[in-house]
Write a protein that binds this ligand. Structure first.
Ligand SMILES: [Zn+2]
Ligand SMILES: [Zn+2]
Length: 233
């Protein structure tokens, strides 16, 4: 019940934003409760507040984690209603800040990735890779990549095919690509558990990002460093 006063927005100096929280044990003698023993009704002023509660509020996220870890809840039913509205479609799933949409060339594979915008946020993460494997897989002089947490990549449409090779670490690397158009979407390396490497150029607006670094510098093709100079005028 303390969530009502402990959930603040913004989290440190903000005010409680949950309008009300009611809770109680189910006393119904009818047999329509589907085994549910308790009911909780949380009320929010806006969709934005509800989305913040579900996706970002650290107090709520920690509460959910603790309840899950203690195994207190065997089963639950969650419903989201707008008072008096009987004909609404489903609400959009709230997205973490920094969520970007991506897709392959043909559009049959669509995904979202959460990553800070390089440079503007001071993040050092948009990396060119000049390794030979990247060249062979992409047919280009180098690839553009960013390492993100695995949970921050979601395939929302399609189911990419997998190609596995042995990486420089001696451990397997799984490459995932659109089975229809072959766009390479991301890689997962046994040497880097919990992380995936996203091909950033498949993400919306990524053409405007700067780069923060490079890997396998020694493999950089002589002419690729300065095309102005390399190309005949
Ligand atoms: Zn495709
Ligand atoms: Zn590479």
């Amino acid at each position: 019940m303390a969530l009502r006063t402990r959930c603040l927005k913004p989290p440190v100096t903000g005010n409680p934003y949950m309008l009300s929280l009611r809770a109680g044990q189910n006393r119904s003698w009818e047999s329509f409760d589907k085994g549910m023993t308790h009911g909780f009704i949380l009320e929010f002023a806006s969709q934005e507040d509800l989305d913040y509660y579900l996706a970002e509020d650290p107090v709520h996220l920690e509460f959910s984690r603790r309840v899950g870890a203690q195994g207190l809840v065997e089963d639950s039913v969650v419903i989201d209603i707008k008072d008096g509205q009987l004909m609404l479609g489903p609400a959009d799933m709230p997205q973490k800040p920094g969520t970007r949409q991506g897709q392959c060339h043909c559009g049959k594979t669509r995904f979202t990735a959460v990553l800070p915008l390089p440079r503007s946020s001071g993040a050092t993460g948009h990396i060119l890779c000049h390794c030979r494997t990247c060249r062979l897989l992409s047919g280009a002089p180098y690839t553009c990549n960013q390492i993100i947490a695995k949970e921050d990549l979601k395939i929302v449409e399609g189911s990419p095919s997998r190609y596995t090779y042995t990486g420089a670490s001696g451990k397997p690397v799984d490459c995932y690509f659109c089975s229809h158009c072959t766009s390479h979407v991301y890689r997962e390396q046994a040497a880097m558990p919990g992380k995936v490497i996203v091909r950033t150029l498949l993400l919306q607006d990524s053409e405007g990002w700067g780069v923060d670094g490079e890997m396998f510098r020694e493999g950089r093709l002589e002419w690729a460093g300065d095309l102005e100079r390399s190309l005949p005028s």
